[in-house]
Design a protein around this ligand. Structure first.
Ligand SMILES: CC(C)(COP(=O)(O)OP(=O)(O)OC[C@H]1O[C@@H](n2cnc3c(N)ncnc32)[C@H](O)[C@@H]1OP(=O)(O)O)[C@@H](O)C(=O)NCCC(=O)NCCS
Length: 158
């Protein structure tokens, strides 16, 4: 990981960056145009970020020189990766330019460690061709459903 990158708890004080990270978490296929920024406010997408810091929300933010560069967080919600009411859904993104340097792995490992005190398992939804799927598989996520080109993945925490 780059030497100046530091991990901290993600809190309600980071709400603006949670929206930014959510925008960057949405998969865009190679060659496709960028998504409009307002996409994060669509009814199916906004619940991933809205009012971050509610009871049960857990997250980690990475900063470089005090600037946020990425975040991973999880909350109980009925999203694309819904499994059951007890299973938080995980989201993660780094800003472009910070990817592929090990920061996402560290964010995930930190978050999974914190989640293990709170939940028996964690889930997520990933577009099948998103290279992020390999990272999830390395960390022990398994595909439990495949629909519409997206996989629902689950990792047991205890
Ligand atoms: C997914 C992501 C958080 C991983 O963090 P990272 O710091 O890039 O990952 P690391 O360097 O720790 O690990 C490398 C792995 O990350 C994934 N990865 C690397 N670059 C990626 C990219 N541009 N997009 C998606 N995944 C990527 C791959 O699984 C890679 O494993 P591989 O080398 O076997 O292909 C980051 O790449 C990212 O923000 N991608 C775009 C947003 C996204 O796809 N979020 C997940 C939505 S489900």
């Amino acid at each position: 990981m780059p030497a100046n990158v530091v991990l901290h708890p993600l809190t309600a004080a980071h709400q603006d960056f949670v929206w930014t990270a959510l925008y960057h978490a949405i998969y865009v296929a190679p060659g496709d145009p960028p998504l409009p920024p307002e996409i994060v406010h669509l009814p199916d997408i906004a619940p991933y970020a809205a009012d971050f810091g509610r009871a049960g929300d857990l997250g980690v933010i990475a900063t470089a020189g005090d600037q946020p560069i990425g975040a991973a967080w999880a909350r109980r919600m009925h999203g694309y990766g819904y499994v059951d009411d007890d299973t938080p859904e995980l989201s993660i993104a780094l800003l472009p330019g910070w990817r592929g340097a090990g920061i996402g792995s560290l964010l995930l490992e930190r978050l999974l460690g914190e989640l293990s005190g709170d939940a028996a398992q964690v889930s997520l939804s990933v577009v099948w061709e998103n290279p992020a799927r390999r990272l999830y598989e390395r960390l022990g996520f398994v595909t439990v459903a495949l629909e519409g080109g997206s996989a629902t993945m689950v990792k047991r925490l205890r």
